[in-house]
Unconditional design. Structure first.
Length: 121
């Protein structure tokens, strides 16, 4: 598993269940994942709800199909509130200051510049 895959998976595991993941990934080819993705009101974004089943499906797609490479931009929201925003294959991102982050996540990703903590949201 690459550090980028690990980062994306840990982000998914931190997010509350029933968050909505908005993806800008026009080259995404994962047929299993594409069946679960829905259109949105946001231009260029598709969405998938992060429930237990879908989260495992996304993680499996990360590990077996490297879907993170196809993602140009990602936003994860809960009740409309932005919790995470990532870019460039989910190689980096910004996470909400309102999320309780495990200390090992902070040490591994925040201190190594993979992830910033937002000052605003």
């Amino acid at each position: 598993m690459t550090i980028e895959q690990s980062f994306f998976i840990e982000i998914l595991n931190i997010m509350p269940l029933n968050s909505v993941c908005y993806l800008q990934a026009p080259n995404l080819e994962s047929s299993t994942l594409l069946k679960k993705i829905e259109d949105t009101d946001y231009p260029y974004y598709k969405s998938i709800k992060i429930n237990r089943v879908n989260k495992e499906l996304i993680i499996d797609s990360i590990l077996n199909e490297d879907i993170q490479d196809d993602i140009q931009s990602i936003q994860i929201r809960f009740d409309g509130v932005l919790l995470f925003e990532g870019f460039d294959g989910v190689e980096c991102g910004t996470i909400s200051k309102n999320i309780d982050l495990p200390s090992d996540f902070v040490e591994k990703y925040v201190n190594d510049d993979f992830c910033n903590i937002s000052n605003n949201w």
